[in-house]
Write a protein that binds this ligand. Structure first.
Ligand code: NAP
Length: 476
């Protein structure tokens, strides 16, 4: 049985008030564990621990930090099964999705172990004075990390690995639905050589108060958040008080466009990945399908057949593709989106109703002729529902695809690469999948434009979120 207390300065301890909260298994609604709930005072104690650890960690050579991260990658890779099982238990996602997440999460340790030794600076002569312009990247300071429930491991490691590579200690506040995976990672990080206080974890049933206390501590310099746009806005407002460096990975509303010249098998396979990875509980999930009217029926038939072939059940069971959604609220929201679309004239090709009974299940669902004013066109569905619309004209579909405050990811399927690249450029999105239903890659800059966020995770950019540029003007 793993430890379920707070982890501060290398020690496990209960929260200051002794309060705890339950974590449920979404497959059967049973209590999995009772987790210590941090108070704002506990959170400040975690900042104390990070502060005490900062100078030593930042002062280690890049190679020394890289080797700790490399070891974390190796240890996590040896234990993918254990992590995947825990992810399925607390989040519900099926085993294959959980294994995919665990491997993706571990890869951030490998990628940033390689990036830790490449924090390059710059040197040039000032054009007018001839002085030397010396530029170096320094660790920005203590980082507060706040993560969502949909990827309990990967959304944490995508922040922890670059922060540690840059030399920053962190305090992480995992989502209340899924704190167990992050708590299970702590012993592994210690085994890899992360010193006490460099990574602290403060689960809490009082997210707002705990995070707010940390963002107002003058020792904190970075806030890195992944979650909904609404909470992101609040954290940006709080970050303004101390002018913190913000990294915001927020909501999405991804369009998926299938042109008449697309290879339909490629489009169906890509659409399945873009829609059903993580059973649709992903910021990258295809939310609005736009299919050219000449291929609409062929695409819809084959896509519906692929959706119908998925097996729903407890994610820990062999052969299950679609587990339960994370909680009752998420399931009910998905059901309400479907009911609203149907009331406005959408047609149900598959699924369309929750099965009832224990567990937060909602079946793979395909809706066609979804009207543009349906709620699921404007908002994130965050579930296994494909909402299909038709289009006839490239300019029109581009206008519809861009008509949202979000700008995280879009997907385009076409056999004509000139058109594909033209459309990619015109899409107001931070990422585009061209004839691909998957864009996530630790080596690529993940992030959105407009109200989908600020900053990038992964790639070289990911480490810069935790570094500050210093320029020295020198003469010799
Ligand atoms: P959420 O409700 O915004 O919660 C995210 C995190 O913020 C949780 O740890 C939550 O704690 C905490 N939180 C909630 N209210 C807070 C407050 N007032 N102050 C400080 N922290 C607060 O999001 P979610 O429902 O967990 O995740 C789904 C959302 O995340 C979707 O919108 C999805 O698109 C987005 N997402 C984006 C990306 C990306 O990379 N762009 C990736 C994954 C998910 P509690 O759990 O205790 O409430």
């Amino acid at each position: 049985m793993q430890n379920t207390d707070l982890h501060i300065g290398g020690d496990w301890r209960p929260g200051g008030t002794g309060d705890r909260f339950d974590v449920l298994n979404p497959a059967d609604e049973r209590v999995l564990a009772s987790v210590a709930s941090a108070t704002p005072e506990d959170a400040i104690a975690a900042i104390d621990a990070a502060d005490a650890a900062f100078a030593d960690w930042a002062g280690r050579t890049p190679r020394a930090r890289a080797e700790v991260l490399r070891r974390a990658f190796e240890l996590m890779t040896e234990r993918l099964d254990e992590f995947a099982h825990l992810i399925t238990l607390e989040n519900g996602k099926a085993r294959a999705d959980a294994m995919g997440e665990a491997a993706y999460a571990a890869e951030f340790f490998r990628w940033f172990s390689e990036e830790a030794v490449r924090a390059h600076g710059d040197l040039m002569r000032a054009p007018a004075s001839g002085a030397r312009i010396m530029v170096q990247e320094k660790p920005a300071g203590i980082a507060v990390l706040v993560t969502p429930w949909n990827y309990p491991a990967a959304m944490g490691t995508r922040k922890i690995a670059p922060a540690l590579a840059a030399g920053c200690p962190v305090v992480i506040k995992p989502a209340s639905e899924t704190p167990l995976t992050m708590l299970a990672l702590l012993p592994l990080l210690e085994e890899a050589g992360v010193p006490p206080g460099v990574v602290n974890v403060v689960p809490s049933a009082r997210a707002g108060a705990v995070v707010d206390a940390m963002l107002h501590d003058p020792r904190v310099r970075v806030v890195s958040f992944t979650g909904s746009t609404g909470v992101g806005r609040k954290l940006l407002r709080a970050a303004a008080d101390q002018v913190l460096k913000p990294a915001m990975e927020l909501g999405g509303n991804a369009p998926l466009i299938v042109f008449e010249d697309a290879d339909i098998d490629t489009a169906v396979a890509g659409a399945m990945q873009a829609k059903m990875r993580n059973l649709g509980e992903a910021c990258t999930a295809a939310n609005r399908f736009y299919v050219h009217e000449t291929v609409h029926d062929a695409f819809t038939e084959r896509f519906t057949a692929a959706m119908a072939a998925l097996k729903m059940g407890d994610g820990t069971d062999e052969g299950v593709d679609v587990g339960p959604l994370v909680n009752a609220e998420t399931r009910d929201k998905v059901a309400a989106f479907v009911d609203d679309a149907v009331a406005r004239g959408a047609r149900v090709k598959l699924g369309g109703a929750a099965p009832g009974g224990k567990g937060y299940y909602y079946p793979p669902t395909v809706l066609t002729d979804v009207p543009a004013d349906a709620e699921c066109v404007a908002d994130e569905i965050f579930g296994p529902v494909a909402a299909i619309q038709r289009f006839t004209d490239e300019a029109d579909v581009l206008r519809r695809a861009n008509a949202t405050e979000y700008g995280l990811v879009a997907y385009v399927f076409t056999g004509d690469m000139a058109r594909g690249l033209r459309v990619c450029e015109a899409l107001e999105y931070g990422m585009v999948g061209l004839n691909r239903g998957l864009v996530s890659d630790p080596a690529a800059p993940f992030g959105g434009v407009k109200q989908s966020g600020l900053g990038r995770e992964g790639a070289q950019e990911g480490m810069r979120e935790f570094m500050e540029t210093q320029y020295i003007s020198a003469s010799w």
